[in-house]
Design a protein. Structure first.
Length: 460
């Protein structure tokens, strides 16, 4: 997997480095050499002498280099409904917003994906993920619009092609016209995998199978969705154990709690990751650890919707893979993953939970996320042979300069400026601005589409 000796090289020097490798190796002043789309070397001091084909040499004095951040749970379309239902818990929030979400169409979803991706990328995310599960009839090619936005932004991307087949008339939460039939959902999911999934080492686009949640999906869709994913060789994603209401719902409908229900439908395993996992018993955590089922921890959304505090330290202690997620921006209005580093650390120091450290928080947002998405061999840490996904955070400004430890500064300090972000060896951010898309144009289009959605929903 080594880069070709003829590849163009980018040399980064004089920065602090947190590699997030297995030994948490750090350098107070070191170098990273990118060759093509791979990391060629990482180490202390200056880069090796005599390197050929150096197209860029960056003096990163005053910066911290880390792996690019990895987002493991999001709903891009919600960018158009930020700031609504701000005092609701999860179930009331869903009931309030589903009638609006059920009116989305392709131009809206494309604009929302642009906004969501741009906000994450300019804040250090190099691998993004979207769980899209709302497909109203006649809405257009929503999956294609999302993938197109990700390609234009330049981030590595996993689309979790979601689905819902349990509408209001079947006891679910979404309106009937916003759900698919079982057969249509499975067929459309398979078509999306076959069109867009790339299984290669340096893939920029991958697809997962992702029925939405127990209260919007039939048991048969869960079972057949798991079978489909494993037949096609892709990962599985859904929401799990998010609220006490979900726990009650599962016991009433299925006669068991969420984790036992998921296991009964084939939804525990090393190819599965679930969002939230807030209300987990010791036996639930043991089941996740035994099966290597992953967790997407979304601290800001969990707080915004009063879902509770996930037992992240206990999950990690048991050996469960855990990454960080933004969640949809209707429940996390900022849409930034780097703020979740801080929130994960602070939230998990509340209550009776064992505390996380700053370095554990950084690992959640990088290597942990890569584990959860099944890409830890390719990204998530700065190591020779891995993909050239890297962020330079500026640490010598007023906000951070008096904090001696740069990792502590990044996690606990104010949101650090991103001087450079590289994805697959390509620079996509320079001095806090995206190089791949026009941020101002995206701001205008998302505002216009949000207003159009609001008008359509009001008329309905």
């Amino acid at each position: 997997m080594a880069a070709s000796s003829a590849a163009d090289r980018i040399v980064i020097e004089n920065c602090a480095i947190a590699t997030v490798d297995a030994d948490d190796t750090e350098y107070a002043s070191g170098h990273v050499v990118l060759a093509g789309n791979r990391i060629e070397s990482v180490g202390a001091g200056r880069a090796p002498e005599g390197l050929e084909n150096v197209v860029s040499r960056i003096d990163a004095t005053g910066h911290l280099a880390t792996p690019g951040l990895v987002n493991t749970h999001h709903h891009f379309y919600q960018w158009l409904t930020r700031g609504l239902a701000t005092d609701h818990n999860l179930f009331d929030w869903l009931v309030a917003l589903y009638p609006t979400w059920a009116r989305i169409d392709e131009p809206m979803v494309y604009a929302a994906a642009q906004g969501s991706l741009a906000m994450m990328a300019r804040g250090g995310v190099t691998t993004a993920m979207d769980h899209h599960y709302v497909f109203p009839r006649g809405c257009g090619d929503l999956s294609g619009a999302i993938v197109r936005a990700a390609r234009e932004t330049g981030v590595r991307f996993t689309l979790a092609r979601g689905s819902m087949d349990r509408g209001e008339s079947d006891g679910g939460l979404p309106p009937d016209f916003a759900v698919e039939s079982l057969d249509d959902a499975l067929a459309a999911t398979e078509a999306t995998v076959r069109e867009y999934h790339d299984a290669s080492f340096d893939a920029m686009t991958q697809i997962a199978v992702a029925p939405c949640s127990p209260f919007s999906v039939s048991t048969e869709l869960m079972r057949q969705g798991a079978d489909l994913a494993r037949r096609l060789g892709v990962r599985l994603h859904t929401h799990g154990s998010e609220t006490v209401e979900e726990e009650k719902f599962c016991h009433e409908l299925f006669g068991m709690g969420p984790t036992d229900y998921f296991e009964s439908t084939g939804w525990l395993g090393e190819d599965v990751w679930m969002a939230h996992c807030v209300h987990m018993t010791d036996s639930d955590i043991a089941a996740f650890a035994r099966t290597r089922t992953g967790v997407a921890h979304c601290p800001s959304s969990n707080a915004r919707l009063a879902a509770g505090i996930a037992r992240v330290p206990d999950l990690l202690a048991a050996g469960v893979p855990v990454g960080l997620g933004v969640d949809g921006t209707a429940s996390n209005e900022s849409g930034e993953l780097h703020t979740e580093l801080r929130n994960a650390l602070l939230v998990n120091r509340l209550g009776a939970h064992r505390a996380l450290t700053a370095r554990q928080a950084l690992r959640l947002g990088t290597y942990g996320g890569a584990q959860v998405l099944g890409r830890a061999a390719e990204t998530g840490s700065l190591e020779a042979g891995k993909l050239a996904d890297l962020v330079l955070w500026r640490m010598d400004t007023l906000a951070h300069s008096s904090i001696a430890d740069p990792v502590t500064a990044l996690v606990l300090g104010a949101a650090a400026p991103v001087t450079a972000s590289f994805v697959n060896g390509r620079r996509i951010v320079e001095d806090g601005r995206l190089l791949t898309v026009d941020e101002d144009a995206v701001a205008r289009s998302t505002r216009d589409e949000a207003r159009r959605l609001a008008r359509i929903a009001a008329q309905a």
